[in-house]
Structures are given as structure tokens and as C-alpha cells.
Design a binder for this molecule. Structure first.
Ligand code: PEP
Length: 255
């Protein structure tokens, strides 16, 4: 049985003092959570301090991006080893904002993924179509290509350590959410692609998160769908009360 994950992507928000206040509050408010996997992804500057506060709690810490090399002359970049040493357990790879504003391609996502899998980090690999691609009937082709190219060279054993996130670009930060039916349709398609390449067991085991304007009002319907294993949440994860509300709704769904 797949566990459910609630992951908060803070993007470029919260200075250290704000991150500390959030983490302390989250720790207290999630004391009764037993089943939901909780992940918070602060900016790099707050990873270590947030981990320090949350280390004895249920919540784990993830980074929002990573470089493909372990070290070297890459000014301004951060490696998986550095993220690990800050106490992180997860890292987001290929978020649509990285693709859109920083030119990240599926090939780069694949390079990053291959390196991250040499560390202890769990990669959360993001895929998703733009509005234009959806409207022109390209959703399945785009998802297929993103998945194939991002997962090139991965073994079945390596795939066991990967979490996928389906994030339709048109739903990210826009307030427009995919309907549970639209999301489930693509999640099912992704699971089928995984089955055809890696086999039934991998397809049954892989956790696929949905992301795109998830909030307390819509999370129950989305996460009730068979193939949706959690949420990767931006805007609504910035406020502790709404983040905790979504965690509690998820916990309730599991029970
Ligand atoms: C995200 O950042 O991955 C995201 C889905 O953002 P939002 O929830 O704000 O749409």
C-alpha cells in the first residue's frame, strides 16, 4: 500500500526567522500525525535550521533544486551532497518554474536525477503540460516524452526511490486546479507508462503527487482518487494553519 505525502514547496519565500517560526509551529501542530508523510521544502538558506527544528518530528526537509555534479567550479550552485549534509531527505527536480525560467530540459532533469540517486536523497521529479499543450491535445505526448527522457537509464531498483509529481503548468500558482477527474486521468496514464517500462510492481509502488493550486478546499477530492498519492503544494503551504489543515485532511483520508 502506498503512503500519502504532503509536500510544501515554499519557492523563494521566507527568510530564516520566518522559516524558524513556521517549523516550530509545524512541529507542535503535527504531534498527532501518524501516517501522512510530511515534507517541507524551504529555500537553501533555511534548510539546515528547519531540519534542526524538525529533526525529532514527523516532518522531513527537502530542497527545491540541485546541481548534477557532486562538487566543482559551478558558482552559485548547490550539490546533492550539500543538501544531504544540511539534513535533507528529499529534493525536487524539474519543477516547471525551473523549466520555464531557467531553461531546464528533460535531459538536465535526467542528469540531476542520476546523480541524486547516488546519494541518500529521494528525488521528487516534476512533469506536466502547459495550457497550450493541453488545448492542442498534446497532454499525453508531452507527459510520455517528459517521463521517458527524465527517467532514461534508470533501473527498476533506482525507480523504487523516485517520487513523481504531476503538475499541470496551467494550474501552478494560478488558482485554477485540475478537476479530480482530469488529475486522476493523467495519474493513471503515468502509472500505465511506468508499468509498460518498469513492470506492474513498480507501477503499483510508485508514489505520484498532484500539484497545482491545491488548497484545503480541494485536497480531499483530489487525494481521494486511486492514483493520487499526495500533493506538492506551493502557495497554500506557506501558511502553517492551511498546511496543517491539509495534512489533517490527508490523515483523515488514510484512516
Ligand atoms: C508548486 O509550486 O509546485 C505548486 C503546485 O504551486 P501552487 O500550489 O501554488 O500552485
Amino acid at each position: 500500500m502506498r503512503t500519502k505525502i504532503i509536500a510544501g514547496n515554499w519557492k523563494m519565500n521566507k527568510v530564516a526567522a520566518e522559516a524558524i517560526a513556521f517549523a516550530r509551529d509545524l512541529k507542535v501542530k503535527t504531534l498527532n500525525i501518524r501516517k501522512t508523510e510530511i515534507i517541507v521544502c524551504p529555500p537553501f538558506t533555511a534548510l539546515a535550521i528547519v531540519h534542526d527544528i524538525l529533526k525529532d518530528s514527523r516532518a522531513e526537509v527537502g530542497a527545491q533544486n540541485v546541481h548534477f555534479a557532486a562538487s566543482g567550479a559551478y558558482t552559485g550552485e548547490i550539490s546533492a551532497e550539500m543538501i544531504e549534509s544540511a539534513g535533507c531527505r528529499h529534493v525536487i527536480i524539474g519543477h516547471s518554474e525551473r523549466r520555464q525560467y531557467f531553461g531546464e530540459t528533460n535531459q538536465l532533469v535526467n542528469q540531476k536525477l542520476i546523480h541524486v540517486l547516488t546519494t541518500s536523497l529521494t528525488p521528487i521529479v516534476c512533469i506536466g503540460e502547459t495550457l497550450e499543450q493541453r488545448q492542442s491535445g498534446q497532454t499525453e505526448n508531452v507527459i510520455r516524452t517528459q517521463l521517458e527522457e527524465s527517467l532514461t537509464g534508470l533501473t527498476t531498483d533506482q525507480l523504487k526511490r523516485v517520487v513523481l509529481a504531476y503538475e499541470p503548468v496551467w494550474a501552478i500558482g494560478t488558482g485554477v486546479t485540475a478537476t479530480p477527474e482530469q488529475a486522476e486521468e493523467v495519474h493513471k496514464f503515468i502509472r500505465e507508462l511506468i508499468r509498460s517500462r518498469f513492470g506492474q510492481k513498480s507501477s503499483d509502488l510508485i508514489q505520484i503527487l498532484y500539484g497545482g493550486s491545491v488548497k484545503p478546499d480541494n485536497i480531499r477530492d483530489l487525494l481521494s482518487r486511486t492514483d493520487i498519492d499526495g500533493g506538492l503544494i506551493g502557495g497554500a503551504s506557506l501558511n502553517v494553519a492551511s498546511f496543517v489543515e491539509m495534512i489533517k485532511i490527508t490523515e483523515d483520508l488514510i484512516n
